[in-house]
Design a protein around this ligand. Structure first.
Ligand code: OGA
Ligand code: NI
Length: 359
């Protein structure tokens, strides 16, 4: 069993936190989904003054420097010229739309079990809030075949082929970006021994998450995905051409991650933030919804191999940069996240430096 399934099995959910609303038949925002918010429309002009999020062309000779700057400042950026075929991006978008367009009772044939981590349902963060989020998801780890057969007993080959191809391409792109990130910090293979691209004997662990944010009758008071950071090393997100994803920057507030055709969003996860001793930010992000367009996104979470302890790289520790975190495996970190959500990172702070005595 891998780290993600093991952690989710130990932290089961109630079905009320798994089964989404039937968004197709819900014409007004129910109280259960009304957040104490008054959000501005997503594309309102107030965001124009914001410093724009970096967009990095991976073929640019300066890409390494730009990546380091983006990670230190934002913890998120977009990449172009990444070598993922546009055709594959269009295909995964098509298959994601096809899945979420199914009637709710058909999607529920592939519902996630309370102890499980794959299948159809609400994102796991739902347990931490008294209000429900306006989105639905479908999670895949490894082969998508079992759940795809539940959804489409006779017509799932295209769906499976596209997902498998996408997982493979995204593993490769994530590893390529990680190599650039480590290089940008002056780290060598010796410094990050646990990271072995293309390693078949101890493979990395990855989760593919298809997300749908249906049109919403009252978007100013609904939340698509509540503010969070990702538990992964890196998350790569492909979004359709509908706005909604935002990242938080101190002093700037929520900044939109504008959809760019065929670009991929790169999000630094908590484990990468730990591995580089806090030098790279892990971006707090959220997703908002809108009244007219269904937004879809495909998030690929990449984590270390099972049982690998991630700890701050010693080359990045010195008297001015004391060690910030204790070593953790992905499983241990997911367990902490399942209980403490956005406080998990604080709980693994190195006691000797933060004065924190929680664990
Ligand atoms: C996630 C996430 C963002 C999006 O799945 O963790 O942040 O745009 N998704 O859907
Ligand atoms: Ni996220």
């Amino acid at each position: 069993m891998n780290s993600v399934s093991e952690s989710f099995k130990n932290n089961p959910l109630h079905f009320k936190h798994i089964i989404p609303l039937d968004f197709n038949t819900t014409l007004t925002l129910p109280d259960s989904h009304t957040w104490p918010l008054s959000l501005e429309p997503i594309d309102s002009l107030t965001h124009v003054q914001h410093e724009a999020l970096p967009v990095i062309d991976l073929t640019n000779p300066q890409a390494i420097t730009l990546i380091r700057q983006a990670c230190e400042k934002w913890g998120v950026f977009q990449v172009t010229n990444h070598d993922i075929p546009v055709k594959l991006l269009n295909e995964i978008e098509f298959q994601t739309k096809r899945l979420f367009a199914l009637p709710l009772n058909q999607k529920l044939l592939a519902v996630r079990s309370p102890e499980g981590c794959t299948g159809y349902g609400l994102p796991r963060m739902s347990t931490f809030f008294s209000k429900f989020i306006w989105s639905e998801g479908f999670t895949v780890m490894g082969s998508p075949v079992d759940h795809a057969c539940q959804l489409w007993p006779h017509d799932n080959a295209n769906f499976c082929n596209v997902l498998v191809e996408y997982q493979k391409e995204l593993d490769t792109l994530t590893e390529k970006i990680l190599v650039l990130m480590f290089k940008s910090l002056g780290l060598t293979q010796e410094d990050v021994k646990w990271f072995k691209p293309n390693n078949e004997s101890k493979p990395p662990q990855a989760v593919l998450q298809l997300n749908s944010y249906p049109v919403c009758p009252d978007p100013s008071r609904a939340m698509g995905l509540a503010p969070h950071t990702d538990s992964s090393l890196l998350t790569l997100i492909y979004q359709n051409n509908t706005s909604g994803l935002q990242v938080y920057r101190d002093n700037l507030g929520w900044v939109p991650v504008k959809p760019i055709t065929a670009a991929v969003v790169v999000m630094v996860g908590d484990l990468m933030h730990i591995a580089c001793n806090g030098l790279f930010k892990c971006a707090l992000h959220r997703a908002l919804v809108n009244k007219t367009h269904t937004r879809i996104s495909i998030a690929h979470f990449y984590g270390p191999p099972r049982d690998v302890k991630i700890s701050p790289c010693l080359k990045l520790v010195d008297p001015d940069h004391p060690i910030l975190y204790r070593p953790v495996t992905w499983k241990e970190y997911l367990d902490a996240k399942a209980i403490h959500f956005n406080n998990a990172l604080e709980l693994i702070r190195d006691k000797n430096n933060s004065g924190c005595t929680h664990l």
